[in-house]
Design a protein around this ligand. Structure first.
Ligand code: ARG
Length: 577
C-alpha cells in the first residue's frame, strides 16, 4: 500500500484533465498537521502558474475532476491552492486488512526493477577495519537490503584497497619473517601491529625500504612469487573483515569483493583512452586531467592525477576503470557510493570526467552518498581511551559486553546464556542503530550511554517496543492466524496507528531515493510511539470479542512492521527481553 503514489496518480490525472501539462506533478505529501488532513497536494500552484491561470480557480476545477470518494471522506482546498485530503476510516480499515493478510505487509515489488551497484564498506586491507568503516558498512547494507526487498537487482561491490605502495612494505616484512622462520599467519592475526612493525622497518632500515620499493614493482608487474605472498596477506586480511561482517550481521561475502587490484590490467587502457581524447596534460612529469568545472575563483584548477611520474597509477585511475566496468559490464542504472564526505571532490571529479570521456552513459546515475565522521565526546574524530584508532572488532566486543551488563542488572534471574544472547543482539543493534538513525551527511558523536539508552530514538527502545507488542499478542492466547474480524478504525489513536501502518512503503521509498536509512529509523520510532499511545487509550486484552480481534490485528501488524523495518536496517529482533 502506497497512499502517496495512489493520491499522486489520481490528482495528477485530474490536473491534466483540467488543462495542466502532462508532466505537472501533484506533489502529494504527508500533512504535517491534523487540521490539514492526512495528505496534502502542493502541486496545484505550480501547475496553474505554468498555464497562466488563477491557482484557486484551477484547484476548484481539479476538484470537479477528482473522485476520491472511495478513499477519502473530505477533500478541501486550503490557502492559495493546496488540496487537503482526509482519509476515510472504512477505507483505512480495509487497507489494514490487506496489509495484515500479506507476507510483505502489502508492499508490492517495483514494476521496473533497476540494476543498482552499491559500493560500500571498502576497507583498506593493509590495516584492520576501524570505526570509520562502520558508517559505510552499515548504511550501505541497510540500503542494499531495502533495494532488494523492493525487487531491484543489487550488485554489491566491496571496493577494498588491496593495491598500492604500502603493500611493498608489508610484503618485505612478510619476506623477512619468513627468512627468520617466524609464523606469518600468527603475526598477521593482529594486522594493526603487523603494519606498525613493517612501517618501523621501512622508516629505520634503508635496505628494507629499498626492498619494499622493489617488491611493489614486482607485484605490479605480476611476479608469481610476489603475487603468492600478496595473496596470502589479502586472504588473511579479508578473513578479519568477514569476521567483523558476521558479528555485525552485514550481508557482504567474499563474492562481493571487487578489489582495486581487479582493475589493474585496465588502467593503462584508461590512460590511453583519455589521451586519445586529448584530455591529458603532463604536469611535472605526471599525467593529469584539468577540468574547468573544478577551477576556484582565481581560475586555478585542482587536477585529477591519473598517472604518477614513473608510471604508477592512482586511486582515481582505478575509480575511472570501476565506473567503466559498472557501466559496460554490470549495465547499472544507478551506482551508489557510500564513502566518507571527505572524498566528495574526488567523486565529483571522477563522475564529471567519466561523462566527458564516455565511460559513463547518460543512462547511468552516479551518486556519491557521503557521510560525516564519527566523533568522540571531545569533539575530535573518535579514538580509543589510549588515543589509538578504534578497532571495529574491539568496539563491537565492548558493545556486547556493555549490553550484557545492562540486561543482567535488569533481569538478574534470567539464565546467563539468555542474558548473553540478548546482550549480543542489543549491543550490535545499538552501535548500528546509532549510526543509521542520524542523517548520514552530518558528523555524530559516539556515546555509549546514548546508544544503550531505553529512551529516545535508540535500538534498545525499539527492540523493547517490539518485544512488548509481541508479548501483548502472546498474552491474548488467541490463535492469531484465525483472526478474521474486520478491522475497525474509530478512536483517534486507532486512526493515527492505522495511517502510520499504511505509510511503511513510503518510508522505504525515501530510503531508496536518497540512500538514507534514517528515514526508516524515524518511521519506526514514530510507529512505536503511536502504538504506545494507542495501547494506553484503547484496551486490547480487555476489549469485547470483535473489538478485541480488531485491535489485536492492529498490534499484530505493528509487530510485523517493526520487525520487517528493523530487518531492512539489518537489525535482529527479540521476542522477549
Ligand atoms: N578504500 C577506500 C577508503 O578506505 C574507500 C573506497 C571507496 N570506493 C571507491 N570506489 N573509491 O578510503
Amino acid at each position: 500500500m502506497n497512499i502517496q503514489t495512489l493520491l499522486n496518480q489520481r490528482i495528477q490525472a485530474a490536473m491534466v484533465a483540467s488543462g495542466a501539462a502532462d508532466d505537472a506533478p501533484a506533489l502529494v505529501r504527508q500533512s504535517a498537521k491534523v487540521q490539514f488532513g492526512d495528505y496534502q497536494a502542493n502541486g496545484i500552484m505550480g501547475a496553474a502558474k505554468k498555464i497562466g491561470t488563477n491557482p484557486r480557480e484551477f484547484a476548484t476545477k481539479v476538484l470537479e475532476q477528482l473522485d476520491l470518494s472511495d478513499v477519502a471522506d473530505k477533500v478541501e482546498i486550503a490557502g492559495p491552492g493546496f488540496i487537503n485530503i482526509f482519509l476515510k476510516n472504512e477505507w483505512l480499515g480495509s487497507a489494514l486488512a490487506d496489509l495484515r493478510h500479506s507476507e510483505r505487509l502489502d508492499v508490492a515489488t517495483v514494476e521496473a526493477p533497476q540494476t543498482v551497484v552499491v559500493d560500500y564498506s571498502a576497507p583498506n586491507l593493509a590495516k584492520e577495519m576501524h570505526v570509520g568503516h562502520l558508517r559505510s558498512t552499515v548504511i550501505g547494507d541497510a540500503v542494499v537490503r531495502t533495494l532488494e526487498f523492493m525487487g531491484h537487482n543489487v550488485v554489491r561491490q566491496n571496493h577494498v584497497g588491496d593495491w598500492g605502495t604500502q603493500f611493498g612494505m608489508l610484503l618485505a616484512y612478510m619476506e623477512r619473517l619468513r627468512a627468520e622462520n617466524s609464523e606469518i599467519s600468527m603475526a598477521l592475526s593482529d594486522l594493526e601491529s603487523f603494519y606498525r612493525e613493517a612501517k618501523k622497518c621501512f622508516d629505520d632500515d634503508e635496505a628494507f625500504a629499498a626492498r619494499a620499493r622493489e617488491l611493489v614493482v614486482e607485484l605490479q608487474s605480476g611476479d608469481e612469487q610476489c603475487m603468492a605472498l600478496w595473496q596470502e596477506f589479502i586472504n588473511i586480511s579479508l578473513e578479519h573483515c568477514e569476521e567483523t561482517y558476521r558479528m555485525l550481521g552485514v550481508s557482504l561475502e567474499r563474492k562481493d569483493v571487487m578489489p582495486e587490484s581487479a582493475y589493474n590490467s585496465d588502467l593503462q587502457n584508461v590512460i590511453n583512452d583519455l589521451e586519445a581524447q586529448g584530455l591529458i596534460k603532463e604536469d611535472q612529469g605526471a599525467k593529469c586531467v584539468f577540468l574547468e568545472e573544478f577551477a576556484n575563483k582565481e581560475g586555478d584548477i585542482t587536477p585529477i592525477i591519473v598517472q604518477k611520474t614513473g608510471g604508477g597509477f592512482l586511486y582515481a585511475t582505478t575509480d575511472l576503470a570501476a565506473v567503466r566496468y559498472r557501466q559496460k559490464v554490470l549495465n547499472a542504472d544507478r551506482a551508489l557510493y557510500f564513502v566518507d564526505a571527505r572524498q566528495s571532490l574526488h567523486f565529483q571529479q571522477i563522475f564529471t570526467l567519466s561523462r566527458k570521456a564516455g565511460f559513463a552513459q547518460p543512462s547511468i546515475s552516479l551518486e556519491h552518498m557521503p557521510f560525516g565522521t564519527v566523533m568522540g565526546s571531545d569533539g575530535k574524530p573518535f579514538k580509543t581511551r589510549s588515543g589509538g584508532v578504534a578497532k571495529l572488532s574491539a568496539l563491537l566486543e565492548e558493545a556486547q559486553e556493555r549490553a550484557f551488563q545492562l540486561v543482567a542488572s535488569k533481569n538478574p534471574d534470567m539464565p546467563e546464556e539468555e542474558q548473553r544472547n540478548i546482550g549480543r543482539v542489543v549491543g550490535i543493534a545499538s552501535v548500528k542503530y546509532a549510526d543509521l538513525s542520524k542523517n548520514r551527511t552530518s558528523d555524530y558523536v559516539f556515546n555509549w550511554d546514548n546508544m544503550l539508552s531505553f529512551e529516545g530514538n535508540t535500538a534498545p527502545y525499539l527492540l523493547y517496543a517490539y518485544s512488548r507488542v509481541a508479548s501483548i499478542v502472546r498474552r491474548s492466547e488467541m490463535d492469531v492466524s484465525a483472526l478474521n474480524a474486520p478491522i475497525t478504525v474509530v478512536e483517534d489513536q486507532e486512526r493515527a496507528l492505522a495511517v502510520k501502518l499504511c505509510q511503511f512503503e513510503e518510508a522505504i521509498q525515501q530510503v531508496i531515493n536518497d540512500g538514507m536509512p534514517h528515514f526508516m529509523c524515524a518511521y519506526l520510532y514514530e510507529l512505536a510511539g503511536i502504538f504506545m499511545s494507542f495501547y494506553e487509550a484503547c484496551p486490547i486484552l480487555n476489549a469485547e470479542d470483535a473489538l478485541k480481534e480488531s485491535r489485536l490485528q492492529l498490534a499484530l501488524s505493528t509487530a510485523a512492521t517493526l520487525k520487517q523495518g528493523l530487518e531492512l536496517l539489518g537489525i535482529e529482533t527479540l521476542e522477549r527481553m
